[in-house]
Design a binder for this molecule. Structure first.
Ligand code: ARG
Length: 260
């Protein structure tokens, strides 16, 4: 997984260098030129996925790695962003119809989704992880889930993986936090979700749950853009390359403790 992400990052980085080359040659262009005017976009997110996107209980603000990243991208990519919290299933449906133009929500790039909307360059590798109750001694990896009660957020890649398990009863949840509640209450045997999210819940409840095995898929997050919004997509990719090149991306990874 490390190696893949290294390759990925160097790919993005070379793109970033190329881009910064282009940018310096256009530095002198007229500021009133239409192509340099900020584009305003509402970015939707399902803020139930810490530490990537969640609602701060005190301030009610939407926070997380994705939110910081999107703000940084907007600054470099000449976009003005505001965030809107929407449910995951509505987010996927709205991207497909073009109701939502942009979403950042830990969205794994896959072939089925790429038929329905556009993706930015990949920005993070987060494979699937299994969590069980702390005192569980029989489930040591995803291979031990046969015939078990397995939970995931509806319509996520974790849910897709859960459905592949032979004889498993798959329980699906609108929010992953509710799945972790049921795991702690002993209603289900395991939760499958993105590794950084699994780590976040385990760190918050270390005496109740644990993760088992290692990430068993390789998945890359991309920012989703509705079909036809190619100028916005180009600006997002430019902004992403720039925040990777100038070290902002790594600072955010450290801030959100994503590479412990
Ligand atoms: N990476 C997974 C997927 O794309 C889960 C993402 C869920 N994100 C969220 N904000 N609830 O299916």
């Amino acid at each position: 997984m490390k190696r893949l992400s290294t390759i990925l990052m160097s790919l993005i980085l070379s793109g970033a260098l190329l881009f910064s080359g282009c940018q310096s040659s256009t530095d002198d262009t007229d500021d009133n030129d239409d192509s340099t005017a900020k584009i305003q976009v509402t970015v939707v997110t399902d803020a139930t996925w810490p530490p990537f996107e969640y609602v701060n209980e005190q301030t009610h603000a939407i926070e997380g790695f994705d939110i910081d990243l999107m703000k940084a991208i907007a600054e470099k990519g000449n976009l003005e962003v505001t965030f809107q919290n929407v449910a995951w299933d509505a987010l996927l449906a709205g991207l497909a119809t073009g109701q939502y133009k942009v979403a950042i929500s830990s969205i794994t790039i896959n072939a089925e989704r790429a038929e329905k909307w556009l993706f930015s360059d990949p920005y993070f590798n987060a494979g699937q992880m299994v969590c069980v109750q702390k005192n569980n001694t029989t489930i040591l990896s995803h291979n031990d889930l046969t015939g078990k009660k397995v939970a995931a957020q509806t319509g996520t890649t974790g849910f897709i993986e859960a459905q592949k398990i032979e004889g498993a009863t798959v329980k699906s949840y609108d929010e992953i936090g509710l799945a972790f509640q049921d795991l702690m209450n002993g209603q289900i045997d395991a939760v499958i979700c993105d590794t950084p999210v699994a780590i976040d819940y385990v760190n918050a409840n270390p005496d109740k749950i644990k993760k088992v095995g290692t990430a068993f898929t390789d998945e890359f997050y991309g920012i989703s853009v509705a079909k036809g919004q190619t100028e916005i997509l180009a600006r997002i990719n430019q902004g992403l390359a720039a925040v990777i090149a100038d070290g902002t991306f790594d600072q955010l990874v450290a801030k959100w403790n994503l590479n412990p």
